[in-house]
Write a protein of this length. Structure first.
Length: 256
């Protein structure tokens, strides 16, 4: 069985997968792009960590030089560029690629508006209300803050309480009143109180699955009868797609 694995692991399930691979005897190098991600990964005894952001060429060089046997992509479901670079790098390096994709939650209801992009989400949110509550993470904040559609709207952003992300909020001109800096997961009850506290009229979110708290956001919005703008996951063709950790192991066992 191939034993040397490069794991893209910037998520909670990525870290859980790293532990499972280590327990199964794999030599795991896990890649993250923040100090926070590194600190979380350091709890996985035996994992090697890369915390340098990598483009496709840099990743391909690491895969070749490190003589890795396989790349496991457990990046966030919305990290489209990361996955595209990983697929390309694995193909060029001629190593096995498998994508772990966490399950989506079922989304139903008349008050949910699906869109395909952050830009479209900004436009749709502006049509539904003036007080917009963003639960889309820090990487898309610039799109919403600078969207012409939202220039007359009030934004509340919920982000991780790290110095890097807070500095980004300050650079974008967001005031402390607009920022909720908290680490999830968030219960339905807590979401309800935070939405009320912000006087939210519209919730903007992504289908990040249960582990990403999408279910409790939707339930809270339903309780408060708030419209939800749901950004669909990017459509990517993955050469090999695993829905469970066991599926990842089966792919790796079959790739020897």
């Amino acid at each position: 069985m191939n034993r040397k694995i490069f794991l893209i692991a910037g998520t909670q399930d990525g870290r859980e997968l790293a532990k499972i691979l280590l327990e199964r005897g794999f030599d795991v190098t896990a890649s993250v792009v923040s100090d926070y991600g590194r600190k979380l990964l350091e709890t996985c005894a035996g994992v090697k960590i890369n915390d340098k952001p990598l483009d496709a060429d840099e990743l391909e060089k690491i895969l070749r030089d490190g003589k890795f046997n396989a790349l496991v992509d457990a990046s966030h479901p919305y990290a489209q560029n990361v996955s595209a670079n990983a697929i390309r790098a694995a193909q060029v390096a001629k190593i096995f690629y498998v994508r772990y994709e966490r399950a989506q939650i079922e989304v139903t209801g008349e008050n949910i508006f699906r869109v395909e992009s952050y830009e479209a989400a900004a436009i749709k949110a502006s049509e539904l209300g003036k007080n917009i509550f963003l639960t889309t993470g820090s990487r898309s904040l610039k799109i919403f803050v600078e969207s012409p559609a939202l220039k007359d709207c009030n934004l509340t952003v919920r982000i991780l309480p790290t110095a890097e992300v807070l500095a980004q909020c300050e650079t974008l001109g967001l005031s402390p009143k607009q920022i909720i800096a908290m680490q999830g997961a968030f219960s339905t009850a807590l979401n309800v109180e935070l939405f009320r506290h912000a006087n939210a009229e519209v919730i903007v979110t992504k289908n990040s699955g249960q582990i990403g708290g999408a279910d409790t956001k939707l339930e809270a919005a339903k309780i408060l009868n708030l419209p939800v703008v749901m950004i669909n996951r990017p459509k990517i063709f993955y050469p090999n797609l695993a829905a469970t950790f066991d599926d990842v192991l089966k792919f790796l066992e079959g790739s020897q």
